[in-house]
Design a protein around this ligand. Structure first.
Ligand code: XMP
Length: 335
């Protein structure tokens, strides 16, 4: 267990020695890993770093604003934000298969990122927030002859991008990355956020992705997360939490929680009228390694409040269900 300020000093020196006076680009996703990598590299080389933030239209509510506030405003990092929502939605139109959607999102991401970074003629390095578990997982890929869901931040660079890789988090585990992020001045809540998949809401909207669905899902998801954060933790039998390190609220008591958009309409009533609208499923799990997971035994009052708020506040959704499937056999994501 190393001392954090010493670790930062060492890592900063290493990055400076590696990069010299070269320019570096980094794809900022809003996730913990790329954020911590950006903060660390910025500490080392300041304005030699340019971050490219691709908004594919499949991010959580206000995520783009949060990323820009945190990096551009507060840390003074150079960030180029690219609004590519229309482009992504266009390519996803008519595509329902989950792996196909992942491929398209990954491919378009690289496309947009390359086009933008191609404008930074001086860039010699591509920085990535690859962490130790990514390295291990990639190494094992394909050995069992099964398709592991593709993580698009790992693997070879496209041929035409003659950039060297800068991966300052390669030796760190997630908890170390988080501690490093806090020590570098990133907000605690950001650094301790639940993981969010690269394809984003693209795999939380079942079947074909549409902007209209993404907008509904973003709002439902934000309500769920807000209530999890605002509800103090209490012990409920059947849940798997670390008893030495009790969580403060239900967001901390869960490893991953989110809403899923089901492209199914069901009948409801509102006032004197009949509604015929979409369904949202809530998913909350507790896990150590994300390979197996328990569904979280959330308090009924919390579930009830989330359900009421979503149905009252998000016009277009009239039914909320709670997913009580473990992994295995269900996966954490629905796609
Ligand atoms: P599953 O659904 O396989 O998810 O139980 C396990 C963990 O992996 C995340 N996940 C992904 N992350 N790209 C990512 O970067 C993906 O395509 C992807 N699919 C699943 C999921 O959110 C969970 O944390």
């Amino acid at each position: 267990d190393w001392n954090m300020p010493d670790y930062i000093t060492e890592a900063v020196e290493k990055i400076r020695a590696q990069v010299g006076s070269d320019e570096v680009i980094l794809g900022l996703s809003g996730g913990v890993d790329s954020s911590v990598a950006a903060a660390l590299i910025h500490r080392a080389i300041g304005d030699q770093l340019t971050c490219v933030f691709v908004d594919h239209g499949l991010l959580r509510l206000d995520e783009g604003k949060m990323v820009m506030d945190m990096f551009a405003k507060n840390l003074g990092v150079k960030v180029i934000r690219i609004d590519a929502e229309d482009q992504f939605m266009g390519h996803l139109a008519g595509v329902a298969d989950p792996e196909q959607k992942r491929k398209i999102i990954g491919r378009e991401f690289v496309e947009v990122f390359n086009a933008e970074s191609g404008k930074l003629v001086n860039a010699k390095w591509l920085a990535q927030g690859t962490i130790y578990p990514d390295v291990i997982e990639s190494a094992g890929k394909g050995k069992k002859g099964q398709t592991i869901k593709s993580h698009h931040n790992v693997g070879g660079l496209p041929e035409h991008m003659k950039l060297s890789l800068l991966e300052p988090l390669r030796e760190l585990f997630k908890d170390e990355v988080r501690k490093l992020g806090v020590a570098l001045g990133l907000p605690h809540d950001m650094v301790y956020r639940h993981p969010f998949p690269g394809p984003g809401l693209g795999v939380r909207i079942l079947g074909e992705v549409k902007k209209e669905f993404a907008d509904l899902l973003r709002r439902a998801d934000a309500i769920f997360i807000e209530e999890l954060r605002n509800t103090p933790y209490e012990f409920i039998a059947g849940q798997a939490v670390d008893s030495d390190n009790l969580p403060k609220n239900w967001y901390e008591a869960t490893s991953q929680a989110f809403a899923v958009f089901l492209p199914v309409k069901s009948v409801g009533v509102m006032g004197d009228g009949r509604t015929y609208e979409y369904v949202v499923a809530l998913r909350a799990v507790q896990t150590q390694d994300f390979m197996t997971a328990h569904w979280a035994h959330l308090p009924h009052a919390l579930l009830g409040k989330v359900s009421n708020r979503i149905i009252n506040e998000v016009r277009g959704i009239n039914r909320v269900v709670y997913d009580i499937s473990g992994k295995p056999p269900a996966t954490i994501e629905w796609e």
